[in-house]
Design a binder for this molecule. Sequence first.
Ligand code: BES
Ligand code: MN
Ligand code: ZN
Length: 492
Amino acid sequence: MEIKLREITPARVRSALLAVPVTDRGLEDRLVRTLDRGLHGRLGALVKKSGFKAKSGGSLLVATHGAMPAGHLLLVGLGKHEDKRLHDWRVAGAVTAREAARLWADEATFMLPLDQQVDAVVSAVAEGALLNGYRFTRYRSNGNSAAALRTLVLGRTAGTRSAVLARAVKRARLAASAVALARDLVNEPPSTATAAYLAEQALASCQGQGLEVEVWGKRKIQQMKLAGLLAVNQGSREEPRFIHMRYRPKGPARKKLALIGKGITFDSGGLSLKPARSMETMKLDMAGGAAVIGVMSVLPELAPEAEVLGLVPATDNLPDGGAQKPGDIIRYRSGKTVEVMNTDAEGRLILADALTLAAAEKPDCMINLATLTGACIVALGNELAGLFSNDDALADRLMACGRDAGEGLWRLPLAAEYREDIKSNVADIKNVGGGSAGAITAALFLQEFVGEVPWAHLDIAGPAFASKEHLTHPKGGTGFGVRTLLNLLSEI
Ligand code: BES
Ligand code: MN
Ligand code: ZN
């Protein structure tokens, strides 16, 4: 989708669709009254008849029947005037793109109200439209059947600073392209999207000023004693990869961050085999890794003033004759030992390696993203990710970044009460807890490998993959977490 900034007069817009954002109060505004007059009172009549109240996510479509050059007029709800949030603008952009696609419109114009021509709003509108426009059509033989808007014009009135707005649009484009990459990686079928494939995609996508990618194969993984990754990979025909990405800013780095993503390219459970229904969507299990690769891929253009290390341990989790068995013990490079009671709790086993390596670099903070537990879905559903952290300041910042991004996070406790649940009879710890509080015991397991480094763990098992369409994404991989992390990085 192309996004253009153009100076417009609403009554002269020739796009197939003219979108006008309104709050509940805006319905009384002069602009809406002028448009209503142009449409011979039909707009006002329809507002009444439909009970349109300008709720966020709501819209009202009116055909102009030649009364003005635009084919259709779309009122787009922004919610209550008093408690407007940035995310409402993103939703408005998404609604515009969706309605335009339904009309098979090639071009839509979104009118930026004069008092809202600030970069954050422009960014949010553009981002919403771009996110809505994402399609995964690689495997459709009739690729054209997915209607998508081609051009969105952001209509501004005379006298606004277009350079600032152009930068805002660029930011939206970067975020949307990082998200699209993450979604593509998740949506790709698991027999194609192997560990080697993920590594190739990281190499291909992470290029540019200051960004380097190094891929470790099995030999190097053995040399580095990444014992968790090797143990999980034992049951597979595909060799593992450990993807190592690093961004260095041009100038001095104010901070050093590590981002770590779970890269299980398919989770069958291993010998602790999952039932068939639970396996249907288990190509999603590298969504954390995909998010990290997506974020890294845009850092040269985003140019944050921080050094960013991105780590993705990657393998599938399968049960062949060589597979690890319940009762096996893994000895990590740090010396710590883990008894594997359930081979389906594999994510934490490979994250342990990556957290250990990242912690050794003494970053200012590290953040891991993982589709880690079904228990987190039980607790928070599919719309929210669980946030665990040993650092309140980091947790608060992530919560704020998530709110602005429209990615819901909810903090859950690293409750010491459950530490004894991961004690083992024979090793230092075991990889499953006592049955309940599964999201917490998984997080406590990870914490064993982070030392004193400020750290946050996002359990994205719920929101990483959508079984129903949303305004900002179709069914399938969502790219959840990418925009929260980009917000965090651009604040540094
Ligand atoms: N990848 C799964 C978690 C998951 C479940 C993600 C559903 C998305 C949707 C993870 O590896 C897993 O299997 N976890 C087990 C842990 C248990 C064996 C302690 C789970 O949640 O059942
Ligand atoms: Mn599993
Ligand atoms: Zn898994």
